[in-house]
Design a protein around this ligand. Structure first.
Ligand code: DSN
Length: 425
């Protein structure tokens, strides 16, 4: 068969884009070569609806071994008793958790999208906000989760589920405090750790599993695996909320969640991606990954300090994790303008609403900046100063093509010291 050069040329072009630029999107990372290689392999040809040992198709004995390996490694990372590695993405992961726990129209609570939350935590544009009754908590003027508001709303509204977790929030979570109020009102606590999972895996942030009933994550952010999702329970439990499966039977929480992934919301699992997840989970269990996690935190701290020293307004004043949210209003810039201008200089960030934003989500007043990808490229604390220096130069001269072109030249030269996939030639 003739090689589809059109597509492969575009893939090559994307490789060059990733190599040349400074990748600061907080949710992105660069997997190892073996994780990528596994994704392009033969399990993609296999249907395997069901779970290891309980499939609806023949010929599943090998993918059973792959999936079991992924599950066992994941359980070891987070010291869990049960895990599901089949969700195709973060959004489908969360859809399955909703399906397992909630009936349409029931009430739940999550961090407001405009305050750093995620679409699947109750945005009116998302299945979570359309199918269920979403109420929200926010952050204080200081940019910290407003736990008092969360508690007051939980007591007044008695939601069935409280979600902790965010997409654009730089501080650690007080899971214990959320569990305490959830116990008072009889709510399920669901932690979506898609962003900080790699830092939790390495013990660098609070452990949500100690206090949350259900934990989900993506696998492609700080966990540095393939694009996908996972759901975990530290301890399986008979659900005290009387939640029943579609046939009306009371079940253990693990069983409700398994049913909600398949057949509840997905069909055939992506076993080639699960193979890549197994490889990534193996990498996470190494000492090298612990070093990586520590370097992420050191780099984020160094970057945050440099931004603050240059007069940037960081929401909450800094970060505990891998990302920071910057309010650009004192710099007379919108998030949109900043993102587009930085793109021209080969520096990739995303515009982001900041708490109490007066601009639309399409324009925004802020940008979100994260260091997992540049840390994978090998950057250390001292490089953060160079990177912030380049960002500052662009943002202070957003309409000067000469400055932008000089910075993009500098970026290309600077990034040559951090090779990406040299094996790919
Ligand atoms: N889109 C992801 C992020 O950038 O945080 C969340 O799903």
């Amino acid at each position: 068969m003739q090689k589809d050069t059109l597509v492969f040329d575009l893939i090559r072009k994307e490789l060059e884009r990733q190599r040349q630029g400074i990748e600061l999107i907080a949710s992105e990372n660069f997997t190892s070569l073996q994780v990528m290689q596994a994704m392009g392999t033969v399990p993609t040809n296999k249907y395997a609806e069901g779970y290891p040992g309980k499939r609806y198709y023949g010929g599943c004995e090998v993918v059973d071994e792959i999936e079991t390996l992924a599950i066992e490694r994941l359980k070891k990372i987070f010291n869990c008793s049960w895990a599901n590695v089949q969700p195709h993405s973060g959004a489908s992961t969360n859809a399955a958790v909703f399906l397992a726990v909630m009936k349409p129209g029931e009430k739940f609570m999550g961090l407001d999208l405009s305050m750093g939350g995620h679409l699947t935590h109750g945005s009116p544009a998302n299945f979570s906000g359309k199918t269920y009754h979403a109420i929200h908590y926010g952050v204080t003027k200081d940019g910290i989760v407003d736990y008092e508001q969360l508690e007051a709303k939980a007591r007044a509204e008695k939601p069935k589920m409280i979600i902790c977790g965010a997409s654009a929030y730089s501080r650690d979570w007080d899971y214990k405090r959320i569990r305490a109020v959830a116990d008072e009102v009889g709510a399920v606590v669901f932690a979506d750790i898609a962003h900080p999972a790699g830092l939790i895996a390495t013990g660098l942030l609070n452990d949500p599993f100690e206090h949350c009933h259900i934990v989900s994550s993506t696998t492609h952010k700080t966990l540095r695996g393939p694009r996908g999702g996972i759901i975990m329970l530290r301890h399986d439990f008979e659900n005290p909320w009387g939640i029943k499966d579609p046939k009306g039977n009371l079940r253990m929480m693990s069983s409700l969640l398994d049913l909600a992934v398949f057949p509840g919301s997905q069909g055939g699992p992506l076993e080639h991606v699960i193979a890549a997840k197994a490889i990534a989970f193996g990498e996470i269990l190494t000492e090298d990954f612990k070093t990586y996690g520590k370097q992420i935190i050191s780099n984020a701290q160094a970057m945050a300090k440099t931004f603050v020293n240059r007069g940037y307004n960081l929401i909450s004043g800094g970060t505990d994790s891998h990302l920071m949210l910057i309010d650009l209003r004192n710099k007379k810039l919108t998030g949109k303008k900043a993102q587009e201008t930085l793109d021209k200089a080969l520096i990739t960030v995303n515009r982001n609403s900041v708490p109490f934003d007066d601009k639309s989500p399409f324009i925004t007043s802020g940008i979100r900046v994260g260091v997992p990808a540049v840390t994978t490229r090998g950057m250390k604390e001292e490089h953060m100063e160079t990177v912030v220096g380049m960002i500052d130069k662009v943002l202070m001269n957003p309409d000067d093509p000469d400055v932008i072109s000089s910075v993009s030249g500098h970026v290309k030269e600077f990034m040559q010291q951090f090779p990406l996939y040299p094996e790919l030639g």
